[in-house]
Design a binder for this molecule. Sequence first.
Ligand code: NDP
Length: 426
Amino acid sequence: MSRLLVIGCGGVASVAIRKCCQNSDVFTEIMIASRTKEKCDALKEKIESTTKTKIETAKVDADNAAEVAELIRAYKPDAVLNVALPYQDLTIMDACLEAGADYIDTANYEAEDTEDPTWRAIYEKRCKEKGFTAYFDYSWQWAYDEKFKEAGLTALLGTGFDPGVTSVFSAYALKHYFDEIHTIDILDCNGGDHGYPFATNFNPEINLREVSANGSYWEDGHWVETEPMEFKSVYDFPEVGKKDMYLLHHEEIESLAKNIPGVQRIRFFMTFGQSYLTHMKCLENVGMLSTAPVEFNGQEIVPIQFLKALLPDPASLGPRTVGKTNIGCIFTGVKDGKEKSIYIYNVCDHQECYKEVESQAISYTTGVPAMIGSMMVVTGQWKKPGVFNVEEFDPDPYMEALNKWGLPWKVCEDPELVKVWKANED
Ligand code: NDP
């Protein structure tokens, strides 16, 4: 029924691809294209005997829009699923426009070289205007809206778990549970244990940059910025138990503030153990999280990329990770004149995921929604010209698909609410 071009063949991609292959009625043909073609071939070899989906592979440098456009013209997909890195978002969007294909991703654009003076000037202006200093924001991709409209193409941004499922939960809560949503607390809990003193569950470069940056939240129409890990809380997660969590900046706050009318406050919290935080602080203090190239023995190296080479490959954590994730949103607001609160969440078991797709739950909880978002677009359920975040579409078919494809969700009425304090007052 449809042809999907998947760009990237890392942790998230391998889950998204396997899920597409479980859903052969929708994804009759896919092409896996990435920088290292051997990885695409290896995955194809592993799964092709288990699926009716016809799989092809190709090598592509997604930093090169013309090369991606040429591949789109040759393969003629209905849509392109970008599960490479956020650095490639704009080149892949350009290629989709040039060659005529819908676009889907899981993370908003981030510049690879944050020292680039042209990028830096735009970034500094944005920091002043908007009031948050994260290196990533939606302005770059939202600026493509007119172009996608003119081309009659759909761009669906951020269909991972967070952003992605958490944003669909927000649209669903607004549609079925509230007349007005006042606050949203997004909680991302990983209760898994991989047994290493330090490792990241997805791409270390993206993960460490996100976590070591300033935190921020949205309140009364503006951003409030915090120091990194300044605010802490402890939450008793259903099926996982009590975990420390910290307030972070996160990209869906920006789109939900725009798309959930009247919302007064949006915060994002992620759980971290003490060992992770101590290692990260130490690596940051010695400069290992820097993206600025340094000379070493006559060779130029980027510290965070070198660190990535030393750390365990996130894809290798699958067999050794045990425990569960619990990710969801606590909403407060009003329905029929009465105040109410609910928690919508999913619990995912690392070992169950590994048994099914040979990945831990972090890649699983991103890869499944990447497939579902692609399905919404290629089946025409979520298709209109322009650039959209997931909460702008009808949440019902997506919520149904979550239950069907491995990420069932629950609604808890009147949940424990989040109490926050300064981490240094602990
Ligand atoms: P990985 O590093 O495991 O995989 C990235 C893949 O992209 C690799 O196969 C890599 O190739 C390929 N790639 C990188 N650069 C290029 C390029 N220039 N051209 C072609 N291919 C390229 O990352 P993850 O799978 O962990 O993450 C994938 C995406 O998912 C990221 O954008 C990440 O931010 C996002 N994400 C979103 C989440 C959400 O909930 N919304 C949660 C987690 C991740 P090679 O194999 O050669 O290195």
